[in-house]
Design a binder for this molecule. Sequence first.
Ligand SMILES: Nc1ncnc2c1ncn2[C@@H]1O[C@H](COP(=O)(O)OP(=O)(O)OP(=O)(O)O)[C@@H](O)[C@H]1O
Ligand SMILES: [Mg+2]
Length: 320
Amino acid sequence: MEDVIVVEGLTKRFGNFVAVNNIDFTVKEREIFGFLGPNGAGKSTTIKILITLLHPTSGSAKICGYDVVKEPYNVRKKIGVVFQDRSSDRVLTGRQNLDLHGRMYTMSKEEREKKIKEVLRLLELEGVENIRLNSLPEGVRRRFEVARGFMTNPKVVFLDEPTIGFDIKARRDLWSQIKDAKEKEGSAVLLTTHYIEEADYLCDRVAIIDHAKIVAIDTPENLKKSVGTMLISFQIGDKNGNGLSYFIDRVKRLDWVIGVLKDNNPIILKIEKGEGRVLDLIEFADKIGFEIISIDEREPNLEDAFLYYTGRTIREAEGG
Ligand SMILES: Nc1ncnc2c1ncn2[C@@H]1O[C@H](COP(=O)(O)OP(=O)(O)OP(=O)(O)O)[C@@H](O)[C@H]1O
Ligand SMILES: [Mg+2]
């Protein structure tokens, strides 16, 4: 399949600060590609370069073969954009916003009518299209923005943090609407998120981005697999004040422990599959003066993959 986004050595500096550091990636036709990273990782900056709103400091990016610096007008014809900051005119109705957008893209009246009908259906907005946006809930307004992103038959739709501030139900609804819309429209989607579940559920491939760099790119499945086969995660209490580093040092030497993924509460160990690990660990901890407060044996999830590649959890990375 054709690559609709090709990014090579892309870098953006603001003064001495490097916001995007030499990143490379490609996105295939009809793929949903996710940028997973904490606040300030450089996600929006990358999107702004790809949608031709910012010039890169160095490196190159092409959308459907068009260079974002040299051929911005051709790029814009190929894309739909949903900004991180809300960007609809709230005095207008949803339908008026969509129509205005179609006019800006010089779509004919018939084309606009047809397309509006289609995107209203895909985003489940039928029935509220003639209400002013400022009288609608935030989540519905957001869906109108996503609908607008698909208005102009784009080859690539950029969604910058599409579900930020949504509750779980609204988030899940939008996920399936995005999937349907991209299937129906045949677009590729590049979305940014700091929600692990969003990247996991929605994306064919995920780039983990941290401190302006892409540290891994793969399918969610492969990212999880790269962590290991089995993990054991537990909260531990230090009964005798020996210190967690003492515990870590001892537990590392158990023959079924492959490595330490996280060395503070909750501690996460990479382990060999086998029977009775949980009980073994509880006994071992007790013997050396520690108590296990809660414990869980599981296969790696995408959160673990984030930790594996960045050395911290996404919550820690966001300072929370
Ligand atoms: N115009 C600018 N001038 C100076 N610094 C900037 C500018 N735009 C972004 N930055 C900085 O670049 C870094 C990356 O910002 P960016 O908005 O790309 O992050 P992000 O991954 O989208 O994070 P968020 O989750 O906050 O949206 C941040 O430290 C930000 O403060
Ligand atoms: Mg951002």
